[in-house]
Design a protein around this ligand. Structure first.
Ligand code: GTP
Ligand code: ZN
Length: 205
């Protein structure tokens, strides 16, 4: 793993002006982004999120998952807290890539769940790696984190690279009729920590 810092710019958003730091993984060619807001202090726990790319949810308004809702809520929470970070990791589809995720969605349209679909395509349920987070967090000066996630593997990934996860902050948003089964599978088969949540909207067919 070789992560190279490339450049930093401003990123104005509906929630405030973030700084956007670009990184390149020179082995895979993947381009990752860290967003920071406010002053980050290595001696103080910082509110943050590790977010895996989901083109469909983050950019195309898909209701099949909760990704876009989580990203927006995380950015809003950080702005309200006055400081924080988001690592936006380019590992679409839990690491299988966009086109394989569309293949997996096709199988899900025929009745498979999110884990079965991956496995039928010859992939593990979750192919993500988190070894890029250590150099990215070192660059932005974060060592203690209040991590917004429901995924215990992300907490472990941070601890494995020496981060102090002082708190896990649940991030349960965006439940709707189209992602209800997906969220249940995340909880039942992928180990996500989800309590019963109410629907956030009532989208009709
Ligand atoms: N293979 C596959 N990937 C999916 C599917 N639905 C969503 N994804 C991907 O799952 C990933 C979700 O990432 P995150 O939101 O960072 O994380 P998470 O593991 O759900 O954990 P949280 O931090 O609790 O949100 C993204 O890479 C999505 O593209 C699916 O049905 N199949
Ligand atoms: Zn998604």
């Amino acid at each position: 793993m070789s992560i190279k810092y490339v450049a930093t710019s401003k990123l104005p958003t509906p929630w405030g002006i973030f700084a956007m730091h670009g990184f390149e993984d020179t082995e895979t060619g993947k381009e990752h982004v860290a967003l920071t807001y406010g002053e980050l202090d290595a001696k103080t726990p910082v509110l943050g999120r590790i977010h895996s790319e989901c083109l469909t949810g983050d950019a195309l308004f898909s209701l099949r998952c909760d990704c876009g809702f989580q990203l927006q809520t995380a950015m809003q929470n950080i702005a309200e807290a006055g400081s924080g970070f988001i690592l936006y990791l380019r590992q679409e589809g839990r690491g299988i890539g966009l086109l394989n995720k569309i293949r997996a969605y096709e199988l899900q349209d025929q009745g498979a769940n999110t884990v079965e679909a991956n496995e039928r395509l010859g992939f593990a349920a979750d192919m993500r790696k988190y070894d890029m987070i250590a150099p990215m967090l070192a660059h932005i000066g974060v060592t203690q984190v209040r991590l917004m996630t429901n995924n215990p593997r992300k907490v472990k990934a941070m601890q494995d690279v020496g981060m102090d996860v002082v708190e896990r902050v649940p991030l349960q948003v965006g439940k709707n009729r189209y992602n209800e089964a997906y969220l249940k599978t995340k909880s039942d088969a992928l180990g996500h920590m989800m309590s019963e949540v109410h629907f956030n909207d009532d989208h009709q067919d």
